[in-house]
Every structure is written in structure tokens, then in C-alpha cells.
Design a protein around this ligand. Structure first.
Ligand code: GLU
Length: 313
């Protein structure tokens, strides 16, 4: 059933959700990347962009924060454009791991195959599949693609990058393990560095909503009018987001909302309503699975209020 909410309803639902959850004190900033622990926990923004390119924002929607894992859902567009969904499925996989985003056990259980491009292992495999003569050329491609989605230049949050680069021993271990199993397609150290830079890119909640809106519109950025990914790749990318977008809470999220979304430990979540709009929310405190508590609750409230769950027909 297609609900017909107006833009006034959308903005009202966003304002209500912001007012309701601004006082929520649940969750804790990610601390395994020390710089993320410093982000003001009260920051809270909500944004939406429709497929017509109309933009709506409430709260701290222009505050930059590290995109972290959400970048995986957009570098995936580049990897899929280059290699095609079938090859990517063979080289990375398209299943939920059922394990945390940095799980080594998930890899060992599947002979080193990452299963999904949306956990650390699969995202590093995707980064290693981006062509380029050297790291800088690969970086230009990755950053350029994310900027195409954001419709604006993006910069690396140097503090987060340094902090993560100094402490990402676990990700380095995963990269070398992938290499040993034949599922990493470039040099492990270069790959981890590129992956870490990608996760450290700053975005605002408004930019995140615009990034998602390209997926809502079949791969065309509704504000710039530029194509961000081949149309044929969009259903597969959204399917990956459904399967693994909210870590080990992907099932809970799907039960509640029935929509593809991707979360990051910087506190952002982007959610795509195909053919309609994208929603994004940001607030640093996370639950134990790694999802922003306020962002999850606010998005769930808006989706329910506007009847956007496609399964609830
Ligand atoms: N850069 C983070 C890591 O590799 C991303 C984690 C996330 O946002 O899920 O641990």
C-alpha cells in the first residue's frame, strides 16, 4: 500500500521524533576508536531527501561526523559498477554473518569468505577490488564516488583517521587473514589504510540523507541529477543493506521497519525508502550492537508514523 504523506507530515514526524528522543540518555559513544569517544553525546540530527530532491532537516543535521561503516554501502556501488553483482557475490558473498562487524570467527567458519560487503572483512575485500596503479589512485576513486553520492566534496576527519590508524590492529589481522584465504585482492596494509581513510570521511546528516536518496531513485542523485551507480546494481545493494545493515540487529530493525538501512559506529544511520525518499539520523551514543540509540528510535518512529514499512500493507 502506498501511503500518501505530504512533505508537511514528513517534517512534522521528524520534529516529533527529535523532540521525543533528544532527552534519551541510553547508549555510549564508541570508544575502541578513541577519537569517537570525544564526540558530544548530545548531538542529534535528522534529515530526509525525497526522490524529487526536496531536503528536510531537524536538529544538528549540519554537524559533521565520521561516516564509518556507512561508507561500505556506497563504496559497494563502485565495486559493483566495476565488477558486477555476480562477480562480487563470488568474491565477497551476499549473506548475513550473524556475527559482529569485526568478527574473525565468521571468517573462519566460511573458509575466509567474508559473506557480505557490509562487515569489516567484506568491506576491505571490496576496497581491495577497486582498480588503481597505486593507493592514491584507488583513494581518488573511492572518495570521488562517495562525493558523487553526497553531491559535495568530503574531507577526511584527520583526528578520527589518526586515532583509528593507531589502533586498528584487529582490522589489520582480518586483512591478512583474508589474504591468506585468497579473498583480499590487493596489498593488505594498503587496503586497511584506504579502508580506514574511507571510514574517517566526515559527512553531515543532511549529506547522508542525500547519499541514500540516490538509492531511493534508482542510482541518480536527486539534487545534482548525476548518476551515482548503474541502475541494475541498486536492488542488490539494497538487499545487502537489508541483510547486514544494522549489524547483529538487522533482524530487529527489519521486523520493526522493513526497510534497507546502514549504520556506522560514528552514530549515523541512513535508511532508504525505494521510489520515495531517504532518511538519515545521527547521534553518537550506541547500543551494544553498535547502532546509534537515538537514530534507531527516531527513524523507527518516523517510519511508523508515515506508514513507510512496505511489509505493513
Ligand atoms: N572503521 C570502523 C571499524 O573498522 C567501522 C566500524 C563500523 O562503523 O561498523 O571498526
Amino acid at each position: 500500500m502506498k501511503t500518501t504523506h505530504s512533505n508537511n507530515d514528513l517534517l512534522a514526524a521528524m520534529q516529533e521524533a527529535h523532540a521525543e528522543f533528544a532527552s534519551c540518555r541510553d547508549g555510549k559513544n564508541a570508544s575502541y576508536i578513541p577519537a569517537l569517544a570525544e564526540a558530544p553525546p548530545e548531538n542529534f540530527g535528522i534529515a530526509a531527501v525525497t526522490v524529487e530532491g526536496e531536503e528536510f532537516a531537524v536538529g544538528d543535521a549540519e554537524t559533521p561526523f565520521a561516516i564509518e561503516s556507512i561508507s561500505k554501502a556506497f563504496n559497494l556501488a563502485l565495486a559493483m559498477d566495476v565488477h558486477g553483482p555476480r562477480e562480487l557475490r563470488a568474491k565477497i558473498g551476499a549473506e548475513a554473518t550473524g556475527e559482529p562487524f569485526n568478527s574473525v570467527i565468521a571468517l573462519e567458519l566460511h573458509h575466509g569468505k567474508p559473506l557480505t560487503p557490509l562487515v569489516n572483512a567484506g568491506a576491505m575485500a571490496a576496497v581491495s577490488l577497486i582498480p588503481g596503479e597505486h593507493g592514491d589512485e584507488v583513494w581518488e576513486r573511492i572518495a570521488g564516488r562517495l562525493e558523487l553520492f553526497a553531491g559535495a566534496p568530503l574531507s577526511v576527519n584527520e583526528e578520527v583517521y589518526r586515532s583509528e590508524a593507531e589502533t586498528n590492529h584487529h582490522n589489520k589481522g582480518i586483512a591478512w587473514l583474508l589474504k591468506s584465504y585468497g579473498y583480499l585482492y590487493n596489498d593488505p596494509d594498503t587496503t586497511v589504510d584506504l579502508y580506514t581513510r574511507m571510514c574517517s570521511l566526515n559527512v553531515t546528516t543532511k549529506q547522508l540523507a542525500l547519499m541514500g536518496a540516490s538509492y531511493a531513485r534508482g542510482g541518480v542523485n536527486p539534487v545534482t541529477g548525476k548518476r551515482t551507480v548503474q541502475k541494475k546494481c541498486v536492488p542488490e545493494i539494497l538487499a545487502d543493506m537489508v541483510m547486514e545493515g544494522l549489524y547483529t540487529e538487522a533482524g530487529d530493525w527489519l521486523y520493526a521497519n522493513g526497510l534497507p538501512a546502514k549504520s556506522g559506529v560514528g552514530g549515523g544511520i541512513v535508511c532508504v525508502v525505494p521510489g520515495r525518499l531517504a532518511l538519515a539520523a545521527y547521534s553518537p551514543p550506541l547500543d551494544s550492537a553498535g547502532n546509534s540509540v537515538r537514530a534507531m528510535r527516531a527513524l523507527t518512529r518516523i517510519i511508523r508514523k508515515l506508514g513507510l514499512n512496505p511489509f505493513a500493507c
